[in-house]
Write a protein that binds this ligand. Sequence first.
Ligand code: FE2
Length: 332
Amino acid sequence: MITTPYDPPPSSRSPSPSIGEKHSGKGVNRGVPAVLNCNRIKRRRFLKHSVAALGAGLAGCLGWTFWIEPFWVEIVERPLPLRNLPDHWVGKTVVQISDLHVCNLLDLDFMRRSLASIAELDPELVVITGDFMTCERDEWIDTTARVMESLRPGRAGILAVPGNHDYGAAWDRPEVAECLGQRLGDLGIRLLRNQVVNVNDLQIIGLDDLWSGCLDAAKVWPRVDPNRASLVLCHNPDAADLPIWSGYQGWILAGHTHGGQCKPPFLPPPLLPVRNRRYTSGAFDLYDGRWLYINRALGYLRQVRFNVRPEITRFILVRDATPAKPSRRPLG
Ligand SMILES: [Fe+2]
């Protein structure tokens, strides 16, 4: 073999192509410098991995949104301060659930398990703030009643108010809510429709649904003793903005919004069925002696939730020693 001073010895020659060499490997362009080919291979690999990671992330996110979070119930514990609370209610638990939406779209086993789990919270009273079912007419009342059998009553019972979906598809069938109320009554669940009940010296004021047109607060105030501890149940939080409260001071427990069911981090939920977009979920000071609490719902209209877990609220009753706001007018 004839070598020149510029030729490296055969043993020291690199197997990989160097600058200026033509590469003959598969998938690499002939006639293109090897460094450029190498960069293209790296870029292609990077893109392939990026697309794979993006696909996996998207699949995980969809799985989470459709199959995990709708069933990942959060027990939210918080104090509930009430004025004039009798000693025997101090420290007792009131559990709120809302918006079960029993229908063919709901996983009924999930709902039964969730309702059964409430017994572990040792409730004195269980309250339900509407939307037991999603129905056209009365076709889901029997199933709803069977599902509700899984809920063990608190020591002081179960009280509820209807939501718009308990009035049929267009919220215009009072006979459906009437029939639901009777079936629930057979199970010991009392459906309050503009009614007040006294539960061991705690007044529960149950307002009927706003969208059905059946809310009539004027019916309840004459029956409310302003010197007794009281708590309002009202499905739709928009009712809090109506001029119907006649000086009531205290808490209003509501549902209806489902917290929007999907919410981008740090941003408000894009879909909210309320006029007042402030009413998403959680506690709100209404600045006139009233407070509003909106439960994020236990069920769903569609099996999808993101960043808005289903909720069971466990309130611990405490005595509110702050004086009433001076603007308070007598009820009635
Ligand atoms: Fe609802």
